[in-house]
Design a protein around this ligand. Structure first.
Ligand code: GLV
Length: 313
């Protein structure tokens, strides 16, 4: 492990380098911060904090010891072919990241359950009208992905009275929540009225939201995708919305980001979309997770929230 006299040098390649730098230096003044692509003497860099790094980055950093992601999702780092597979890769775990996701998922569930899309339309038409209110307990929300973010959403939606079921690769035991594993996808889908995708993007979950998935949901079900664009087969969704099997989709992530100007999703009346903002990393809060990781590594303690190549996330 790291020898304690070695200076800690971190390279930043994120979308908020200035903020990260300021907070890192506040919390860990002894840490030297460098900014991609000005690596300086590259062999001195032992840590990297990254979002969508370019291929050349890993080719330069020959002495890296730990890679930190500024997001919970690490697919943007995994897809870089030059990433040295033996170097530990740490996912972000942060209270504000979780809170942001919970807030967004609650908003999206409410938008669908409380008919807000239709109320927007009524307002646009200066129309005073009503849609029948359905009790939260009669609205079944199926959460796909029961990791840190998924579980926080389960608890928050349960507290609002929603009827929650959960799906994950291996079966989870969650108090008061019927859980399904990957062999029971069909049963899970059959019972889901609002589907929330919070899975990690792996080879197993790519395009998991597809025509066959939609067809197994009850007619009139809705979709919320806050995982990754790669989870969704976009053409299959358009077809399912157009043939009215799916009622509405709230989408925050897309196969191509930024979403191309001419994409059919932009003005689709049955789609609510946002530009990958469901939960943005807040450096002021998340800095403690990074510093804790560096300190654990420096003192030879096992790293937490590590990417597991066998699981793919
Ligand atoms: C955001 O998309 C994240 O992975 O945290």
């Amino acid at each position: 492990m790291e020898n304690s006299t070695q200076k800690a040098v971190i390279l930043l390649k994120t979308d908020k380098d200035d903020q990260w730098s300021a907070y890192l230096q506040q919390v860990m003044p002894e840490l030297e911060v460098r900014f991609w692509p000005d690596v300086g003497e590259a062999t001195q860099i032992n840590y990297a904090l990254l979002w969508n790094p370019p291929e050349e980055l890993f080719e330069k950093l020959t002495h890296l010891q730990v890679i930190f992601s500024i997001g919970a999702g690490i697919d943007g780092i995994l897809k870089v072919k030059s990433r040295p597979a033996h170097i530990p890769l740490v996912r972000l775990s942060d209270k504000e990241l979780t809170n942001g996701m919970v807030q967004y998922v609650i908003y999206a569930v409410l938008r669908i359950h409380r008919n807000m899309v239709n109320y927007d339309r009524l307002q646009n038409n200066r129309e005073w009208g009503f849609y029948q209110q359905i009790a939260a307990n009669d609205c079944r929300v199926g959460i796909m992905g029961l990791g840190q973010l998924g579980m926080a959403c389960v608890q928050a939606l349960k507290a609002l009275g929603y009827n929650i079921i959960g799906f994950s690769r291996t079966k989870k035991n969650v108090d008061g929540v019927q859980c399904y594993d990957q062999s029971q996808l069909q049963e899970f889908l059959k019972r889901t009225e609002i589907l929330v995708c919070l899975l990690p993007l792996t080879t197993q979950t790519k395009h998991i939201l597809n025509k066959s998935t939609f067809n197994q949901l009850p007619r009139g079900a809705s979709i919320i995708n806050v995982g990754r664009g790669g989870h969704l087969n976009e053409n299959d969704l358009l077809e399912a919305l157009d043939n009215e099997h799916i009622n509405h989709a709230v989408l925050d992530v897309f196969e191509i980001e930024p979403l191309p100007q001419d994409h059919a999703f932009w003005l689709h009346p049955k789609i609510t979309l946002t530009p990958h903002i469901a939960s943005q990393t807040v450096p002021a809060s998340a800095v403690s997770h990074i510093v804790k990781g560096i300190k654990r590594h420096q003192s030879g303690q096992p790293l937490e929230f590590l990417y597991d190549p066998e699981l793919g996330y």
